[in-house]
Design a protein around this ligand. Structure first.
Ligand SMILES: Cc1cc2nc3c(=O)[nH]c(=O)nc-3n(C[C@H](O)[C@H](O)[C@H](O)COP(=O)(O)O)c2cc1C
Ligand code: SF4
Ligand code: SF4
Length: 249
């Protein structure tokens, strides 16, 4: 049984996961607070946040025990650090702590995509964007159908982790991006239910907010806007570069 598990804030990882699930004919499952994977082959698709694995994905990897895992890290064209290796480590730690067999790594991919903080309407992945072009999705799907052990690149590779990556990442994101609620909000609670950190109260973001921008994406009334501070926007535009997907099979 193949399943594609996905965590996505602004929707980029979701479109990658949909492409892979479509190519593999696999079920797509959203990673939520208690999602768990037991047995079978899993592709785990997640965004790179501050060169790391988002907290909800770390929890999912620690409690899951598929036989094979293929890791897919979607990033904004700045730097992916060692996100694949860090994801593999979480799965290994969880398994060892519970005395379960460590899931076998079946491969990995770094896939460049739009940057959540640079979209014209931050939080909405543009329709024209095709971050996981057919060929990459097909190669990943082939490996999922016939999994075998693989490496996910060496730590400190071409994009080594920056020394600032681990420095109060949530605080830095909050300082650079504000989420503004307009009078269009009718208090429906959809964003509250969708927040992966349980820190959104009808469009008001609490202290645990990681600026994933999911609340912005799901609001049916367009009442939320993510505003990137000019200093951050300038820095991101300068740092961003054209890059191709990197596959480890
Ligand atoms: C909090 C946060 C931190 C991010 N950190 C990085 C980063 O370190 N390097 C990078 O290239 N992109 C970074 N990005 C951009 C995302 O990796 C990219 O936009 C990704 O496609 C988002 O996927 P999602 O829409 O599924 O959440 C970050 C985005 C957010 C929201
Ligand atoms: S989803 Fe939008 S309209 Fe509904 S409570 Fe949240 S901000 Fe308000
Ligand atoms: S409140 Fe923060 S953590 Fe929750 S969905 Fe919105 S941006 Fe993400």
């Amino acid at each position: 049984m193949i399943r594609v598990y996905c965590f996505s804030g602004a929707g980029h990882s979701l479109s990658v996961a949909e492409a892979i699930a479509g190519a593999a004919g696999a079920e797509l499952c959203e990673i939520g607070g208690d999602t768990v994977c037991e047995g079978g082959t899993a592709a785990v698709v997640f965004p790179v946040y501050c060169e790391d694995v988002p907290r909800p994905v770390r929890g999912f990897l620690r409690r899951s025990s598929p036989e094979y895992i293929f890791y897919v890290a979607v990033y904004g064209g700045i730097s992916h650090g060692n996100a694949l290796i860090r994801a593999g480590r979480e799965a290994m730690r969880g398994a060892r702590a519970d005395g379960r067999p460590v899931p076998v790594t079946a491969g990995g991919a770094y896939i460049p995509s739009g940057h959540s903080f640079l979209e014209e309407h931050a939080g909405a992945a543009s329709d024209s964007e095709e971050p996981c072009a057919g060929q990459t999705a097909r190669l990943i799907a082939e490996r999922l159908r016939e999994p075998r052990p693989a490496e996910t690149g060496r730590e400190g590779g071409p994009m080594r982790r920056s020394v600032f990556a681990g420095l109060f990442p949530a605080l830095r994101s909050r300082a650079g991006v504000k989420i503004v609620r307009s009078e269009l909000c009718d208090g429906c609670g959809i964003c509250t239910a969708a927040c992966p950190l349980g820190t959104c109260e009808n469009g008001i973001c609490g202290r645990r907010c990681i600026r994933c921008l999911r609340c912005v994406r799901v609001c049916p009334r367009g009442a939320l806007t993510g505003r990137t501070a000019p200093f951050l926007e300038r820095w991101l535009r300068k740092k961003r570069h054209e890059c191709a997907p990197r596959l480890f099979l």
